[in-house]
Design a protein around this ligand. Structure first.
Ligand SMILES: [Cu+2]
Length: 299
């Protein structure tokens, strides 16, 4: 009898262990966006420079900014030294009888030609960058970004039905690992190394789709759409914000991007479709805004 009991208990224990393993296995389903956790692109205290360039576009913008900055520094230094020299060398005490010279052809040609050459040196790479930014042809994928008061909506053009809303996590609900005022409930998930085109529009007022480290900044205008594009260099979590004053909670519509390898992105689209469409609605609208305040604000 005891042996039978023991056998039953052993069988029960084995069954429970198997169930436990199954539950564990289910609970530990791999997160397709896990690769984005290794690098976090967020502002830090006392930051005075641009964030690290996360795309070729931003690398070019960084380069042009520094290039023009050095030219500007050279002009400022030259003018400052020249002014100092003139003020000391030609001061009244040293030149009681001032020169009456009003014309010098060589100097006049030089002070017209040199600034023109400096402007050409600035214009050529600037226009080149404008054309580079405008070339959104042949993207791997397109995401339609719609600004709303006060959240972003992302629609994956190549994945029918994948269209969801992204709200900032309010301060009271921030958990460890999330960033106050930047983390969102449903981030935009994108593949790295692929050209991604954004079609940017708005459903109500002017918003601004601004991703500082990816070199993207476009108005979101109701009734029309603008395009931009990026290629994200490495997996990571990237942040941006709406940068057009768009009303009461303008500050509460950050952008969070999870950039992952292509195969992880493709795996994510499947889980996201299942998750967001499980109730027949592909838009997880989970506003963290207190509904009564939202209603009061939009009345
Ligand atoms: Cu906005």
């Amino acid at each position: 009898m005891a042996a039978v009991e023991l056998a039953c208990m052993l069988a029960l224990a084995a069954g429970m262990a198997m169930l436990g393993h199954a539950a564990l296995a289910q609970g530990a389903a791999p997160d397709p966006t896990a690769a984005a956790n290794g690098y976090v692109d967020a502002p830090h205290d006392w930051q005075i420079w641009f964030p690290e360039a996360g795309s070729p576009m931003q690398a070019r913008i960084d380069w042009l900014m520094k290039y023009v900055l050095w030219i500007m520094a050279g002009v400022v230094a030259f003018v400052t030294i020249l002014m100092g020299y003139v003020m000391i060398r030609f001061r009244a005490g040293r030149n009681p009888v001032p020169s009456r010279t009003t014309h010098n052809t060589v100097i006049e040609i030089v002070w017209i030609a040199v600034p023109c050459l400096i402007l050409v040196a600035i214009i050529v790479p600037s226009v080149d960058l404008i054309y580079y930014e405008a070339d959104d042809a042949n993207p791997y994928m397109t995401v339609t970004v719609t600004g709303h008061q006060w959240y972003w909506e992302y629609s994956y053009n190549a994945v029918p039905g994948l269209d969801y809303s992204s709200y900032m996590i309010p301060d009271a609900r921030i958990r460890p690992g999330e960033i106050r005022r930047l983390s969102v409930d449903h981030p935009l998930v994108l593949p790295v190394g692929e050209k991604i085109r954004f079609v940017i529009t708005s459903a109500d007022v002017l918003h601004g789709f601004y991703l500082p480290s990816l070199g993207v900044q476009k108005y979101a205008i109701p009734g029309t759409s603008l395009t931009s594009w990026t290629i994200i260099r490495k997996p990571g979590t990237y942040y941006g914000q709406c940068n057009q004053i768009c009303g009461l909670w303008h500050d509460a519509m950050p952008i969070e991007i999870k950039a992952v390898p292509l195969q992880d992105y493709l795996a994510w689209t499947k889980t996201a479709l299942a998750k967001y469409a499980s109730d027949g609605v592909s838009r997880p609208v989970s506003s963290p805004m207190p509904r009564n305040l939202l209603a009061a604000a939009t009345r």
